[in-house]
Structures are given as C-alpha cells and as structure tokens.
Design a protein. Structure first.
Lengths: 132, 132
DNA sequence: CAGCATCCGGATGGATACTG
DNA sequence: CAGTATCCATCCGGATGCTG
C-alpha cells in the first residue's frame, strides 16, 4: 500500500481538526455553553449561594450524579466556589465567583432572548410542520 | 399489586418533569443553544448566505449528516432560509432570517465573552489540577 | 452538488447502592 | 447531607453507500 487512501486522508483531516480545536480559544467555552446542566446550575446560583440539596431541588430533573459532575467542572474552571463547613452532617455551600457571575450574565442574556422570541419560533414550527 | 411502587412514582415524577419542560418557554431555546452545531452553523451564516458545500468547508469537522440535520432544524425554527435554484447540479443557498440574525448576535456575545475570559479559565484549571 | 438511509461505536446520563 | 462507584439504556454523531 503505497497510495495514501481516502481513509488516511480523512483520519489526518480529523487529527488536524482536533488539533485546531485544541488551539481554538473559544472552543473550551463552546463546550461550556453547549451543556444543559452548566447553564442551569449557573442560572440557579446567580441569585446567591446554595447548598447541594437545594440545587437538586431547584433544578428539578437533574440527577445527583450530573449535579456533582457539573459542580466539579465549574469549580475547576473557576466559575464556582465550594465551601465545606465541618458539622455532623457536613454542610457544603456553592457560590459563583466573579467570573461565574460574569458567565451567568451571558447565560441570562440567552435566557432573555429565548423568552422574547419563543413565540416566533413556535409559529415558525407550526407553519413548517403544516406544509410538511 | 395494589401498592404504588417506587418505580411507578419515579415514572410519574419523570412525566411531570417532562411535561414541565414542555411548558417551560425557555426550554426549547435552551435545547438550541446547547447544541454545538447549531451555534457553529449560525455563526458561519452570520456574514452572509452560503451553500451546503461552502458550509461543510467552513465548519471543518462537521459531517454531512449533522450539517443537513442542523440546517433542517434551523429552517423549521425559522432561523434559516433555504432557497433552491433549479440547475443541472442543483444549487441550494442557506441564509439567516431576521430572527436568525438576532440569534447570531446572541451567539456572538457568548463568543466574545469566551475570547475575553478563556485565559482566566485556563489559569483556574491549572491551579485546580496542580492542587489535585 | 445536495441529500437520504443505514449501521454502529462511544459518550452521555439516569438508577441504584454504599460510604463518611 | 454530600459524595463515590457501578451498571446499563439511550442517543448523538461519524462512516459509508446510494439517489436525483
């Protein structure tokens, strides 16, 4: 096999693509914003700090697993603070860092846009589905 | 089995949750923004209309399947227009509707935030990983 | 060129049980 | 209460081949 197969070229293209993604600055943040739970957790924390169980209740539908996973991730990225109070049942409070509040503002803008245009989208869907 | 099992209750809770999601206005838009390809396609179309193959090249890494799927979805939601020109190889042009441009602006804000804060996030990650 | 159908591997995420 | 570990169903998305 001397020839470079199409598969090889595709593989190479993929690697270049991945490498490009690694380098691309906005890539990691795209990963953040394109995550349902990240958006919801940040929104839930925007008004003020909250405990693990509070969050679980506020964000109805989130599993305990995903909540913890998301909080860890946000903590690592410097958007969320985690404060442990040593008590008999341990108490853990989560809050937003300044950077986190900044991000919450962005998410809030998306949310506001959503609420302002959801009707147009619904109309578009209905007429699209009506036509087939 | 007269008793309502835990599984039943869980199932019911899930349905209520789903119903809640259905009703929630910002829910569908959250689905939109939390989609990588939606964001990228809208961004790619922001400067002006583009053909299918052009998009495929611009958004390096997108598969043909996901590109078509995403375009259909956006068309249905009234963010994208699809204009077919009858030629020998058919020509199809995609563009943003006013609503689509509006959405592109929101995505652009996210993008700008990303570029402005990616360094802070990287720093946070490094110090987090250093500590363990 | 634009698009559809199919197959399939891997990631996502929910359920459950157990620890401190 | 907060968190970890495990199992497992589902779905996303890529690869491929075919149509007009």
């Amino acid at each position: 096999m001397v020839t470079t197969s199409a598969a090889d070229r595709r593989q190479q293209a993929k690697e270049e693509y991945d490498a490009f993604l690694e380098r691309c600055p906005s890539r990691q943040v795209l990963e953040m914003i394109t995550n349902k739970w990240v958006c919801l957790v940040v929104s839930a924390l925007a008004p003020g700090p909250s405990r693990h169980s509070d969050l679980a209740r506020t964000i109805a539908g989130v599993s305990q697993k995903m909540l913890t996973q998301t909080l860890r991730r946000l903590e690592r990225d410097g958007l969320v603070t985690r404060r442990v109070t040593a008590q008999v049942p341990v108490r853990v409070d989560y809050g937003l860092t300044p950077l986190g509040h900044d991000f919450a503002a962005v998410v809030g803008q998306v949310k506001r846009w959503a609420e302002g245009h959801i009707n147009e989208i619904h109309d578009a869907r209905r007429s699209y589905d009506a036509r087939g």
